[in-house]
Design a binder for this molecule. Sequence first.
Ligand code: FES
Ligand SMILES: [Fe+2]
Length: 457
Amino acid sequence: MGIERNTTNSMPAAADVIEQVGSIKETGTIPSQIHNDDEIHQLELERVFSDTWVLVGHESEIPEPGDYAKRYIGDSPFIFVRDDTGEVQVLFDSCQHRGTTVVRAEQGNTSYFRCPYHNWTYDTTGELVGVPHKEEFFKELDTCEYALDSAPQVDSYRGLVFACLSADAPSLEEYLGDFTWYLDLHLQFADGGMEVVGEPIRWEIDTNWKIGADNFTGDSYHTLATHKSAMDLDIFPPELSAAGAERTPADITECSGHSCMLAYLENQEYAGGYPEDIFTDTHLSDDQLRLAKRLVSSVGTVFPNMSFLQMNLNPDPENREVTAFLNVRKWQPVGPKKTQVWNWILVPRGASEEFKQRAYDTGIGTFSVAGNFEVDDFAVWDGIAEAAGSTFGKKIGRESNFQMGVGDMSDSDEISDEFPGPGEVYGTNFEDGTMQTFYQSWYRAMTGQHIDPEDSQ
Ligand code: FES
Ligand SMILES: [Fe+2]
């Protein structure tokens, strides 16, 4: 008699785990397993990162024809390039000969890309323009058929370039939907818009990409504990902080599948941070302009992995000049428990050089690899992935709790009717609806549903 094999698997199947996330709005919980699981990670690459609009970069990073930078969508390498005609291209970085990556430098300027393997050469639009010894060995090769592949959809919003690896997905305009109302508060308040300073700084953290993305939808709760030491230094002026009494909070929990939190000074004309005379753009409505000038802090996530953060901070305790800066983030998945963080700092194009430098320094000193807020987050985010991927954690069906302020948990009120912006809005920064929205969008993407453009109030 042969040995009987144990065919029962006590670990939950990926499909069941994903299904549980679908009821987050009712339960307020999700299985922790989604934060460190090989199979779910693979499915994310196929479903989330192949079917949604993913940030590639900012147009100001490649101002001149031939400027290029290497970028990734999920695990797929792309060349972000301004071609010779001035158009922005997002080309799959895989040579049409044997498939190796053509670009090896992180960025540069070039009039053509030459593959290092056998030297097939492409122009900046991706056309194959050179095949060594073609007349001898490749006489019948039709070079027109061997251009580098392009991302199926590429579009930009206020300078931010996104690409989508599905030709069937809704347009970027539909995908961002009403959420552009909030993006514009950060991207379109000054004439000329925003520009990137320097290169995006990158670093790796030992956690799942969704942890940073969910935190940036508006986890104000953690600031009281995780960032207590930074707060104690008055980097965030106490009267402007989440615990301070002055600011008016708003959580935008459901806005075309995206979410954010804002805090502003309702009773003041202007919150400082940016030079007051910079608020000159005419694209904002009166309501938006009013809010933009009063903002003291905001964070948000465009599903799946683009986040932004704008804050008025003191770069150091000695420097009392409160300065606003805008971070744009990308939580680049590297594995189920490894994320590469990409961090751009944006400033108003028309601001003085002095202000741009100060904003850059403030951003780097607080929310960047060695920033005093950033290191606090690394220290706790890795533990989530560690426990989520553990055998015992999976076996007992460990759940993560997103019930704060929801239902009868607190007295937070929905203020959608009185708030000028779209979405389902709550008059607090202490509730988990913003994160529920993120995981709801994840569930939809993982089950093949497109983000519903109508899904905002
Ligand atoms: S693989 Fe690129 S030229 Fe051969
Ligand atoms: Fe944090």
